[in-house]
Design a protein. Structure first.
Length: 259
């Protein structure tokens, strides 16, 4: 591992952790490096527009180059490309917002977002990072990971986002077993009070989990007994369609996780 690259990556991670702007001293403290070292790395990153310095405060934030890299990643994501039409179709059928996400470390990253098809004001959530244990998308993905990877996900420190968030290993183990049994995940106000989600895993070739697709919206709408059954059916059908497009089911690998 190249030390300078690792240190630069740590700085970018700190700047992307949620604090709008940070000074050199704050960044140095968070990454555990000397201020001159951090300053030199920041100057290099700034030259490539990966960080930007506020001329008034002297503090640093992520630069426009990061956005360009992010857009390039989205454009090159086979999962996102393959899911576009199916996500749009699901949103129209369900009458709800649809997210497609993949797992990155301990969080799911929203790769594609189709707005709920009505006139309400909505915020685009592409790029949003949500702790896997607090959302249906995360449960859908982690539930079908190989056992060793699932164990690592469960062993991490899992903080609550609301009073309903499952954080204990036992509770999450039961929830993931239920996802594997029925083929979909349900989240009831575990990430945001008032919101819920229904998601199913998306598989790629050889049965490897690529991500998940799900509907998100008000809990009283999504989890209403009269509508939930149809929403589950629609989400699972979309997940199966995307999985087939990604090559799942070929070479004798069944889509058993999506049934």
């Amino acid at each position: 591992m190249i030390q300078s690259v690792q240190r630069a990556a740590q700085i970018l991670a700190v700047l992307g952790s949620g604090t709008p702007r940070l000074g050199v001293t704050e960044i140095a403290d968070r990454v555990g490096l000397a201020k001159p070292t951090v300053h030199g790395l920041l100057r290099t990153l700034e030259a490539h527009e990966l960080v930007a310095q506020d001329p008034d405060t002297g503090k640093y934030s992520l630069g426009p180059g990061v956005l360009q890299l992010g857009n390039a990643y989205l454009d090159g994501s086979d999962l996102r490309v393959r899911s576009l039409r199916w996500a749009e179709s699901l949103a129209q059928r369900a009458g709800e917002a649809v997210w497609v996400a993949t797992l990155s470390g301990s969080r799911v990253i929203v790769l594609h977002h189709v707005f709920r098809p009505d006139n309400t004001v909505q915020i685009l959530e592409v790029g949003a990072a949500i702790p896997w244990h607090a959302c249906a998308l995360g449960h859908a993905i982690v539930a079908v990971l190989p056992e060793a990877q699932r164990a690592r996900a469960l062993a991490a420190e899992l903080a609550p986002l609301t009073g309903r968030t499952k954080t204990t290993r036992s509770a999450l183990t039961r929830a993931l077993a239920q996802v594997r049994q029925r083929g979909y995940a349900v989240e009831d106000q575990e990430a945001t009070v008032g919101d819920a989600g229904i998601a199913a895993p998306i598989l790629a070739r050889d049965g490897v989990v690529a991500g998940a697709i799900g509907v998100v919206g008000a809990a009283d709408r999504l989890l209403n007994q009269r509508s939930m059954e149809e929403l589950v059916r629609a989400v699972q059908e979309a997940a199966r369609a995307i999985s087939r497009d990604l090559g799942a089911g070929r070479g004798g690998v069944a889509l058993s996780a999506l049934s």
